[in-house]
Design a protein around this ligand. Structure first.
Ligand code: HEC
Length: 157
């Protein structure tokens, strides 16, 4: 018993440190994270013509296919630089990679966009953390320009 208490204390301290340093997945809040997207895409997702694309019809189309979903995950994790056309209108700006977001946070913000901003309705299939992890790992070598080149092939229009 003399040893048990210090060992248990050490284990508790280690667990506490791990809890403090690991990403807090349960706290991933899509509404709060969208605040940083809104700085450019606007609060409603309407965007700014010619500068920041809307997160609406194009998002809904992209979120409905595997290749489109991979593209959306890469837009957030790698950034994107066009030229691309969204809703038939040209955009040739730069979105910086949101690289401080962990997989759970990327899934949370894309789910917020899918449901509340692009208003996909019941057809929307939520993004899972594991899906983001797979896309992120597979696209680790891509530049923002590379992601831009994926847009049309992913079903963007
Ligand atoms: C600093 C401004 C900025 C911020 C912040 C930003 N974006 Fe973007 N985003 C852009 C620009 C600019 C483009 C288009 C790039 C281009 O013009 O080639 C874009 C493109 C996109 C696209 C692709 C749209 C399509 O139809 O293909 C998605 C999806 C997207 N952003 C989602 C997000 C999300 C989600 C966030 C927040 C986590 C975010 N953006 C934060 C500027 C921004």
């Amino acid at each position: 018993m003399r040893l048990a208490a210090p060992v248990a204390l050490a284990a508790a301290a280690a667990a506490l440190v791990a809890g403090l340093t690991l990403p807090v997945h349960a706290a991933a809040d899509g509404v709060a994270i969208y605040g940083r997207c809104a700085a450019c895409h606007t609060k409603t997702g309407a965007g700014v013509p010619g500068v920041f694309p809307p997160l609406g019809e194009d998002f809904r189309t992209l979120a409905a296919s595997d290749v489109g979903r991979r593209y959306l995950a890469l837009v957030v994790t790698r950034g994107i630089s066009g030229p691309i056309k969204v809703g038939g209108k040209p955009f040739a700006g730069v979105m910086p990679a949101q690289s401080t977001l962990d997989d759970a946070s990327v899934a949370a913000v894309l789910n917020h966009v899918g449901t509340e901003i692009a208003k996909t309705g019941p057809a929307f299939k939520p993004f899972a953390e594991a899906e983001i992890a797979t896309s992120r790992a597979g696209g680790a070598g891509l530049s923002a320009q590379d992601v831009g080149k994926l847009h049309a092939g992913a079903g963007g229009q």
